[in-house]
Design a protein around this ligand. Structure first.
Ligand code: ZN
Ligand code: MN
Length: 483
């Protein structure tokens, strides 16, 4: 039998700051272990924390981007528990007065898994948020056989915890949520949100029930999912597992499970009986924050969100909805596209060239758009050569291939060196007249309405030309003479 699925997500996201949350140590990834530590982030007795303004501002900016509110006063709390990666024995976090409350994350169509995009259950859905609070990350432990290694570089990195309401209904929606959130965080410059680097980590709460009138079923928490596809797979597995249990009359108990990606299954970690009592209390070392002045400061920094960008590309620049979604999916790509656009070039053509040629080439070379060697003004110059009839679309692709490896050259000079130049007007006129004279049968057919043969005649002119004129220019000339 089928059940109603209710899912809530907690995402921990590293805020992109220069230094840690409560000390001046640098935040870093991949440096020598324990090379960025001090008494504060090592949790030595007597060390006192100092707030990181940048982390607070970026968290408030995140809230503004996704319509959260903020309490007038936000404060800090200690969450007490012992774990070797957190030697203070408490995490400094926020309990009852987090920086952001409420808000919502829009699920973008193109953020759903490819195979699920045709069949989106709730198009245009906005997932409601409960809160965003700021806390500190713990150290990173690595277990090797019977010994464990611990690296404190990560300890104290500012971490936003973004908590949804129990608003999601499927693995596909969870997938789209994390992808959409990732795009928004990147757009705002608040986090790189790279899951591979552990900058974004996700816990999933999932419960099943028969009828919407029933209270929510006992929830199972899946801990520390570290890829978006794993989130989807783990949810699918868990829905299946809970369904089989419930069908056989086995009730679920509130519990925490671990996802084993290799085996493709979840395993029980602990039940509610051994749940922690965190004994939260206000942090005596940190003053509360007055949010209004900080909000006023960051409000002007709120960027266009991906869907707002996409809407503008579609409406103002004539780009298709699909292309607009692709171009707005990455802030560097959006910026690149906008920089290339020109009143003399239809936006659709710029979009096509970037999506079909530029992204393809970058992909082949394993480069990101931020690493693109071709400057936006060079690509614009190339596309203008197509617009003014100097180059045919296919010729432009050849010029682009050369330009990509010699980005310092001018597109016009490359076109020239490849022999792509408009024939002198007189020369072309002569050639066209000659081809018309030499091919009476085809000419008659074209005049009788068989326009396909124009391509043949164009080919004949191209062959006899000394340069490589733009075939469109030739066809236009033939058309003018014959039709
Ligand atoms: Zn430190
Ligand atoms: Mn947390």
């Amino acid at each position: 039998m089928s059940y109603l699925v209710t899912i809530g997500l907690e995402v921990h996201c590293q805020v992109k700051t220069h230094t840690k949350m409560f000390c001046a140590c640098r935040t870093s990834f991949g440096d020598a272990p324990n090379s960025h530590t001090c008494p504060v982030c090592l949790g030595l007795p007597g060390a006192l924390p100092v707030l990181n303004r940048e982390a607070i501002e970026k968290t408030l900016l995140t809230g503004l981007m996704i319509d959260c509110g903020s309490p007038e006063i936000s404060k800090w709390d200690r969450k007490n528990y012992f774990y070797p990666d957190m030697p203070k024995n408490y995490q400094t976090t926020q309990m009852d007065l987090p920086l952001c409350i409420g808000g919502g994350v829009p699920l973008y169509d193109h953020c759903y898994p490819t195979d699920a995009r045709k069949n989106i259950a709730n198009p245009g859905k906005v997932v409601r948020l409960n809160r965003i609070h700021l806390e500190e990350d713990v150290a990173k432990s690595t277990h090797l056989g019977s010994s464990s290694l611990i690296d404190f570089n990560r300890a104290g990195t500012p971490l936003m915890e973004i908590v949804t309401e129990a608003d999601l209904e499927s693995g596909e929606e969870a997938f789209a949520y994390v992808r959409s959130l990732q795009m928004i965080l990147q757009q705002g410059g608040v986090s790189d949100a790279d899951m591979e680097k552990g900058q974004l980590r996700c816990d999933v709460n999932i419960s099943l029930r028969k009828h919407p009138e029933e209270p929510l079923g006992q929830k199972v928490e899946l801990k520390n999912l570290n890829s978006i596809s794993a989130i989807r797979r783990a949810i699918h597995y868990e829905i299946q597992r809970q369904t089989e249990d419930l069908d056989r009359g086995i009730p679920q108990i509130q519990s925490t499970r671990r996802w084993d990606d290799d085996r493709g299954e979840t395993q029980m970690m602990r039940t509610k009986e051994d749940a922690h009592d965190y004994r939260y209390f206000s942090c005596p070392d940190l003053l509360p924050i007055e949010t209004a002045p900080l909000l006023a400061k960051v409000r002007p920094l709120v960027p266009e969100l991906p869907h707002q960008l996409a809407g503008r590309f579609e409406n103002a620049l004539g780009v298709t909805a699909y292309d607009a979604a692709v171009l707005s999916s990455d802030k560097h790509l959006a910026r690149y596209f906008e920089a290339v656009t020109d009143p003399a070039i239809p936006g659709k053509k710029v979009a096509n060239f970037i999506i079909n040629n530029l992204l393809g080439t970058l992909n082949e070379r394993n480069l990101s758009i931020a690493e693109c060697p071709v400057a936006t003004e060079k690509l614009r110059a190339l596309l203008l050569l197509v617009e003014n009839g100097t180059l045919a679309a296919n010729q432009a692709k050849e010029v682009f291939a050369v330009l990509f490896d010699a980005p310092e050259k001018a597109p016009a000079a490359i076109a020239d060196s490849l022999g792509f130049k408009p024939a002198a007007a007189g020369e072309l006129e002569g050639l066209v007249a000659q081809v018309i004279a030499n091919n009476p049968t085809e000419v008659a057919a074209v005049q009788a309405g068989n326009e396909k043969l124009l391509n043949f005649l164009t080919g004949q002119v191209m062959k006899s030309a000394t340069t490589k004129p733009n075939p469109k220019q030739v066809t236009d000339l033939l058309r003018a003479k014959l039709l």
